[in-house]
Design a protein around this ligand. Structure first.
Ligand code: NDP
Ligand SMILES: O=C/C=C/c1ccc(O)c(O)c1
Ligand code: ZN
Ligand code: ZN
Length: 372
């Protein structure tokens, strides 16, 4: 009996300790692969010495949130509180925090911790850390599960928090924290930011519409490659794209064949790479950022014959993120959004699944979900 009593006492002590070191916060959680979201009370750690406590004001809905809550990547551990496009205001900082103070406008993106010692971390590419801790559906270094921005507040280590300039409206700025940096970082790293060059953007959704805006801000020629003829006018007149082709229209695709220096492929569901690779010039690059549920089909000749490159890219580093935010504020780049209340989130997920959004849903957490 003694070990059982000891174990029970230890568990009670741990639970009591836990109560003193955490607080309860309201969030929106998926509980199974239906992806249906309902209110939940989650624990957030008290503000540690290196932490920034943030009242969430706005959180964008990324398609990765939808892939995750529906377990399309087969890695969901329920309950899942998604959200990694977080814009908010600092409420409290730990004693070692130097860059932020209460009242500051800040953002948090896709990651909230890393190992800090691997080659990627040492090189400032912590988005490729082998032990990266994602903002939600991940296990933090202290063993607790991470929960994202579909919640009233978050507690995040200072090094994973970025500053939001006053020139950037926080509701339209929130989607930059994932969608923005995910397209900006590879465009910069692969030279798809040189004025006069021709870039294709596959998939005109949350990521794609920001890729168009960044490419135009870089001074590039932009062609949108879309499955949705209805987006033509918006792309050309609203977003400033130079051309628009429908990927199922053979003559439109032929008209841009072999013309692109690079492509940012943001499609959430297309798996056949052949039609897109054909649009590249010889030695052109296609950067894949979309993460469809199913494996890709890549005929070898589509790559080899033209000496083409197919690369992947995941999120961006924290320094990429701050650079992108500052660039966006300076050049007037922000997301086109549909602002919704917390009670509309399930309808928004259904609409996102069928591509019915212009171009990012953002949840008005601050006004529609309690932070305590
Ligand atoms: N690599 C990374 O770090 C990140 C990856 N992602 C991933 O990027 C993808 C896009 O995310 P997001 O922009 O939020 O998603 P959205 O749903 O907003 O946009 C995706 C777009 O893909 C296009 N699309 C949909 N179905 C198909 C299809 N069958 N064939 C071709 N195109 C299709 C649609 O554009 P259209 O109507 O123009 O055809 C749609 O608007 C997701 O898979 C997401 O998980 C997201 C963030 C970071
Ligand atoms: O929306 C961004 C998600 C990126 C991502 C990349 C890789 C991975 O394993 C994830 O769970 C998320
Ligand atoms: Zn995302
Ligand atoms: Zn690391």
């Amino acid at each position: 009996m003694a070990p059982t009593t000891t174990t029970a006492a230890a568990a009670a002590a741990a639970a009591e300790q836990q109560q003193h070191t955490t607080r309860k916060v309201l969030g929106l959680a998926a509980h199974d692969a239906s992806g249906h979201l309902t209110p939940i009370r989650i624990s957030r750690r008290n503000t540690g010495d290196d932490d920034v406590a943030i009242k969430v004001l706005y959180c964008g809905i990324c398609h990765s949130d939808l892939h995750t809550i529906k377990n399309e990547w087969r890695n969901a551990v329920y309950p899942v509180v998604a959200g990694h496009e977080i814009a908010g205001v600092v409420t409290e900082v730990g004693k070692n925090v130097e860059r932020f103070k209460a009242g500051d406008s800040v953002g948090v993106g896709c990651m909230v911790n890393t190992c800090r010692s691997c080659e990627s971390c040492r090189d400032g590419c912590e988005n490729y850390c082998s032990r990266v801790v994602f903002t939600y559906n991940s296990v933090d270094r202290d063993g607790t599960r991470t929960h994202g921005g579909y919640s009233g507040m978050v507690v995040v280590g200072e090094r994973f928090v970025v500053r939001l300039p006053a020139a950037l409206p926080p509701d339209r700025g929130a989607p930059l924290l994932c969608a923005g940096v995910t397209v900006y970082a590879p465009m910069r790293q692969h030279g798809l930011c040189e004025p006069g060059r021709h870039v294709g953007v596959v998939g005109l959704g949350g990521l794609g519409h920001l890729a168009v805006k960044f490419a135009k801000a870089f001074g590039m020629k932009v062609t949108v490659v879309s499955t949705s003829p209805a987006k033509r006018q918006e792309a050309l007149e609203g977003l400033g794209a130079d051309a628009f082709v429908v990927s199922t229209n053979a003559s439109e695709m032929k008209s841009v064949m072999g013309t692109m220096h690079g492509i940012i492929n943001t499609a959430c569901a297309s798996t056949s790479m052949n039609p897109y690779l054909a649009l590249l010039k010889p030695k052109g690059k296609m950067i894949l950022v979309g993460l469809p549920e199913k494996p890709l089909q890549i005929p070898p000749f589509a790559l080899v014959a033209g000496g083409k490159t197919l690369a992947g890219s995941c999120m961006g580093s924290i320094s990429d993120t701050q650079e992108m935010i500052d660039f966006a504020a300076e050049h007037g780049v922000a997301a086109d959004i549909e602002l919704i209340g917390a009670d509309e989130v399930n309808t928004a997920m259904e609409r996102l699944a069928r591509g019915d959004v212009r171009y990012r849903f953002v949840i008005d957490i601050g006004n529609t979900l309690r932070s305590d």
